[in-house]
Each structure stands twice: as C-alpha cells, then as structure tokens.
Design a protein around this ligand. Structure first.
Ligand code: BES
Ligand code: ZN
Length: 667
C-alpha cells in the first residue's frame, strides 16, 4: 500500500500565481470585499483575481475551501475506487472534469485535500506537474496542478488522480466483523459533511460547487452510494464485485457517500427500501414502512415533486455519529431511530426534507448553513404536522426547538459568534461551529416569515424559492433578495409595510435569542403540569402519568424537570426512572434525558448506566452531552469509559469528545 499521509509529487516550480495564504494574494482581494457592506467578515475576501478577463467570474465565498473554484468548476466526477478492507483504505482513481471560468487566465487548478496519499495526477491524460502544499488548519493541504497553457472559458479539462486514503482519513469509519451485530463481515461507511470529502480524494470541497457523479466501486461486500444503482452493470470480479451508481443531479462534494458490508434490503414504500444488517432488517422495515410514502407525499405537496428517483434509508451500526445524513438516494441513519415504537422517525422526515433544502438548493458555504438546516427543520415540521394533525403538533415541535435554542445559547453565552444565524467561518472548522443554533434560529426565522406574510402566501413562495435555486448554491442575501423579489409582485402590495419591517441585518447577524413567537402550548401544557407536580417531594408517580403520551411529550416533561432550580433528590430521581420505565427504555432519547436528571441529582447508582449507554451509541447528540455530564460528576469514570470505547466511536466523534474532555488525541 502507498505510504500513509505521504505528500508526494514533482516539485512545483513554474506556478505563477501566489499560494492562497501569501500576502500578495491577500492584497489583491480588497476590491472584492467592497461588493457589499452587508457581507460576512470572511466573505468574498479571498477571491483570487486574474485581471479583466475575470470580470464576470463568481468570487470565492467559502472560507473553508482552498480551491480556486472561481477559475475552475467541477462539472463531473468519476470515482473508480476499490474498498480495501484489509488495509482499511479506498484506493483507485478519481477523475474530475473541470470547466474553465477564465479565458486562459488561470494556469493552475487548486484542489482541497486532507491526509490523502496522491500517487500521480494526469491532466488531459498526460502526466502533469503537481504538488501537495503544506497543511494548515482547518482546511488541509491544497493540491496545486499546473495547467501551463490555461484553458479558454468553457473548455473542460480532465484531471485524473491516482490515490489512496490514509489512516488519518476523517471521513471513513472501518468496523471489524466483531464490531458488527452478526459478526459476518467488516463494515465501512463515509460521512463527508462538512469538510471531510477532501480526506477521500482531492476535490473542490465546497458546497458552492456542484458536480454530477459516476461511482464505480469494487468491494467484496454489498455497496451503497449516493447515486442511483445501475444494477445491470454490477459485475462479478471473482472475490469482489463492481458496483455502479450514477448521480445525474449535480451535488456538492459533502453529499458524496459510500458504505459497504453485509447489507440486506427490504421494501418500505413505493419508491423506497431500507438497507441494514440482516439481523436488523425486519425491525427496521417495521419501523419505517408505514410512513415513508406519507412523508414523501406530504413533502411533495408542500414543495414540488421529488426529483431524485428513489428515496432509501441505510440504517448504520450504532457508531454512526449523527441522527441522519441526507446523502442523496440513500439517507444514512443512526440505528437509534429503530426504537420499536416509531417515535424517532422524525429524523427520516428531516433527511427527506433535505432532498429540497440542502440537496437541491444548497447554502454556498458553512456560514449560511441555516439555509440548509433551518429550512429543513421548517419542512420537517410541516411534513409531520400534515401527517399527525396540524398546528398544535407543529407548535409543540417548535416549542421543543425553542427550548433547545435557549439551552445552546446559554451554553455558548449570548454574545458568542456561534449564536448568530450567519456564522463567520474564517479559520473555523465547521465541526466546531456545529450546534442547534443554525437549526432552530434558522427555523424560527423561516417560520417568522411564514407568519408575517400568512400561510397561504408563504405556501406559494416555497416552490418559487426551491424552483429558482434548484441545482444552485446561495447565500443569505440571495435568499433575502428572492423573498423580496417574490413579494414585490402587485398581488402582494398589501404586504408592503410588513415586508419593509423585516430586520434582515438583525436576524442574520445578532447574537443571542431572536424575538420569541407566541406558541400554541396545548400539547406541551400537560407536560409542564406533570413537571410541576414533581416539584413537591410528596408526589407519588404512577406509570399511568405518561402511558398515553408520545415519546416527545415525555421528553418535554423531562427537560422541564431538568430545568428545575433545585435538582430532584436521589430518591425522586430513582422513582422517576422506575415509574416511567426510563432507565430501561429502548428509546435512547428518553434514556439520555433521564440520565441527565440522575446525574444532576448525583444519583451514583445511575452512573454505570450512563457509561453503558456511552458504549451502545455513538451518535454525537447523545455522546457529547453525556460525556460532559459524566465528566462533571465522575471524571474518572468518564475517562475510563472514553478509553474503553475510543475505537467504537467514529473519528469525528472521537475528536470532539477529546476536546470536550480535555484529553490528548492518541498518537
Ligand atoms: N446534515 C445533518 C447532519 C450533519 C450536519 C452532519 C453537519 C455533519 C455536519 C442532518 O441532516 C441532521 O441535521 N441530522 C440531525 C437530525 C435531526 C435534526 C432530526 C441529527 O443528526 O441529529
Ligand atoms: Zn439536517
């Protein structure tokens, strides 16, 4: 196998333009930054300009890419990769077809990379001169490829990169057969959002560039990818098989996805199947089959018909670090959604909603991430409300969101940059800025616009917005302009004053909480009433207190208890766990919420349960807060639990917990 982390390549002497971080390139940038006084501090300041022929080039507006995508844009990507379970790497070639945006003004292509071993690079089938430059955090090591003659505007050049991933790859997790439930085969999966695609292969790793894809993947085990399977072309190659997929809708690099292992599949809807380990297939099918078609049909009614063909779900092993990831064709999901009570499949409504918000219409950088997640929360809540009974349900979910937003802002401090809707990412790793804020502040902004213009009008805006920006990427100001443009039509003239009152700047750039809306609290009130009863030490709980409730209602109740000024006593906390079956629940959300109460009560008898849960799930939403909680009450157990499960966690999760616990990364 190729050297791990080796940065190879011919010395790169003849490059004419300065490297992205050099002072001379920076001084060229100030012209771009005057484009609008409203721009984020980091925006549009890094564009590299190549004289007059670049006048109508779009500037670089993503601070998390080192690529010069203002000069070249990837239009098609072919990934010819072998999944090597022995060496735990992907190896093969990736071909990028890049369209020149200048008239021979750019003499090099710069791609993002992170800990990839590049073996050779061909330019239009001929050997090229290239170099992997030194790594800087958080964006990695740019690969510079010389294009000595440049290319005329619109001309497409082919860059063929021979490569292998290394053991420092942050996008992949490799599981041994022993780490899978049926122990039959090893397993691997990728997670590229936000900036991990560059650790699979050099690419323009920015949501501002979209490419179509061909996947030609060889593996000894079943392969799933973020394209439509081309089954007829699946070829047997002895021990291995070639699996082909096509993605004809242009997608950003963060939606590139692969998984392979002992994967079985079963139908769950007219356009959908669920894929997972053979042992988990039946229960996964049961959990999803009643709702997939309903979700799709509800979403299509709100926006417009689904454009991707199939919509499938891959249920991953428990170390998957997120609830779900909206990889096209195959949403990747945590097994914690398979809880046997259909109480956690709102995650699927969420990932499906991304088929419009995020996957068709994409935020141009992680600074405008709310355009993906805030809109998706809004669509998720609309989908679920349309299925489960209207406004009270919508508001109930919005109340939960508001609560989560309050907590996140309290945790950061209300002046923190990461509490803004638009978050500056200059020098920032998007994984570090990730929180509930873009989700819920974004949701509350979208919902406030909906209430301002009225549901009937807003419902007409939704397909207009998603239609206009399909297959494109945009920033918050382009969203604002689209909204203003739509509502400037004569039929909306009575809305003029309302629309003029929108505080766009405040919404985009203020820290802390946005204005609080009025909620319909009917579904939440019962939860608060039960919580009130728990304030009295004499209250005797009974399972019937919550037996007719949804899981989310129990969660709202538990969150209210967690917020009491005084923690519950140890006896109360234990009675709570027992009466409502929380410590034994199959629902990880409920179990985690209960353990937070128990830890606050210093109920030492619950700590081992926390440690056990931390060995069962790798979803960061649970893992990070539970480790922080355990660390406060029993640091020794927290450290021991982390060491025990280090290999179980996904590399991203491992890194984040190391930061949370203040422990050094293992060499
Ligand atoms: N796209 C996100 C997951 C993500 C975000 C991965 C940023 C990496 C970087 C996905 O759509 C998501 O939001 N998942 C949530 C689901 C929930 C809001 C229903 C999760 O993982 O908890
Ligand atoms: Zn999402």
């Amino acid at each position: 196998m190729w050297g791990r982390g080796l940065l190879r390549g011919a010395k790169f002497a003849q490059l004419s333009s300065p490297s992205p971080s050099s002072p001379s390139s920076r001084s060229l940038l100030s012209a771009a930054s005057t484009a609008s006084s409203n721009l984020l501090s980091s925006q549009y300041q890094r564009g590299r300009w190549f004289g007059s022929s670049t006048a109508n080039m779009a500037p670089i507006r993503d601070p998390n890419t080192l690529s010069n995508y203002d000069a070249w844009r990837t239009r098609h990507t072919t990934a010819n990769l072998k999944i090597d379970f022995t060496d735990k790497c992907l190896r093969g070639s990736v071909i990028l077809e890049l369209e020149s945006q200048t008239d021979k003004a750019s003499k090099e292509i710069i791609l993002d990379s992170s800990y990839v071993a590049v073996n050779s690079i061909k330019l239009n089938s001929a050997p090229s001169t290239w170099e992997t430059k030194a790594r800087t955090e958080p964006n990695g090591s740019p690969v510079h490829i010389a294009v000595p003659e440049g290319a005329t505007k619109g001309e497409v050049v082919k860059v063929e990169i021979e490569l292998a991933t290394t053991d420092k790859c942050t996008a992949l997790q490799w599981l041994t057969p022993a780490q899978t439930s049926n122990k039959a085969a090893p397993f691997m999966f990728s997670q590229c959002q936000a900036i991990h695609a560059r650790s699979l292969f050099p690419c323009q790793d920015t949501p501002d560039v979209k490419s179509t894809y061909d996947f030609n993947i060889t593996s000894p085990y079943v392969v799933v990818a973020s394209g439509v399977p081309v089954p007829d072309e699946t070829k047997d190659l002895g021990e291995e098989k070639l699996y082909k997929f096509q993605q004809k809708v242009p997608i950003p690099s963060y939606l590139f996805a692969l998984s392979s292992g002992d994967i079985a599949s079963a139908p769950v809807g007219k356009r959908s199947c669920v894929c997972t380990g053979p042992n988990e297939l039946k229960e996964s099918q049961w959990e999803l089959e009643g709702d997939m078609d309903k979700f799709l049909e509800a979403a299509e009614k709100i926006v417009f018909p689904y454009r991707w063909g199939e919509y499938n779900v891959l249920v991953l092993p428990p170390s998957f670090p997120y609830g779900g990831m909206e990889n096209p064709i195959f949403t990747f999901a945590t097994p914690t959604i398979i809880s046997g009570d259909k109480q956690n499949i709102d995650v699927i409504a969420h990932e499906l909603a991304h088929s419009w918000s995020g996957n068709l219409v994409t935020s141009c950088s992680w600074e405008h991430f709310w355009l993906n997640e805030g809109w998706t929360m809004y669509l998720e809540r609309r989908i679920l409300a349309s299925i489960h009974g209207g406004d009270a349900h919508f508001d109930f979910s919005a109340i939960r969101g508001w609560k989560a937003l309050e907590e996140a802002i309290k945790e950061y401090g209300e002046d923190h940059e990461f509490t803004k809707l638009c978050i500056s990412h200059k020098g920032i790793d998007p994984d570090d800025a990730f929180s509930t804020v873009p989700y819920e502040k974004g949701f509350h902004f979208v919902w406030s616009l909906d209430r301002l213009v009225g549901r009937e009008n807003f419902d007409k805006f939704i397909p207009y917005y998603f239609g206009k920006w399909s297959n494109k990427s945009l920033d918050s100001y382009e969203f604002k302009n689209t909204f203003l443009e739509f509502f400037s039509a004569p039929e909306y003239s009575d809305l003029k004053d309302k629309i003029a009152s929108i505080d766009w700047e405040g919404r985009f750039h203020s820290t802390g909480l946005p204005p609080k809306p009025e909620f319909d609290t009917s579904l939440a009130d019962v939860c608060y009433e039960l919580a009130e009863k728990w304030k009295s030490k004499d209250f005797t709980p009974s399972p019937s207190d919550v037996s007719s409730w949804t899981g989310n209602q129990i969660l709202v109740f538990l969150n209210a208890v967690q917020d009491f000024e005084q923690p519950l006593t140890v006896e109360q906390s234990q009675a709570l766990g027992k009466a409502y079956g929380l410590s034994e629940s199959k629902n990880a959300e409920l179990k985690a919420a209960y353990f937070h109460i128990a830890m606050r009560s210093k109920d030492t008898s619950a700590y081992q349960g926390v440690a056990d849960l931390l060995g069962d799930v790798g979803r960061m939403k649970f893992v990070r807060p539970l480790f922080r909680g355990l660390n406060k009450v029993d640091r020794e157990l927290a450290l021991k639990t982390f060491e025990k499960n280090r290999e179980f966690y996904h590399p991203i999760c491992r890194q984040m917990v190391e930061k949370d616990l203040g422990v050094a990364a293992a060499a």
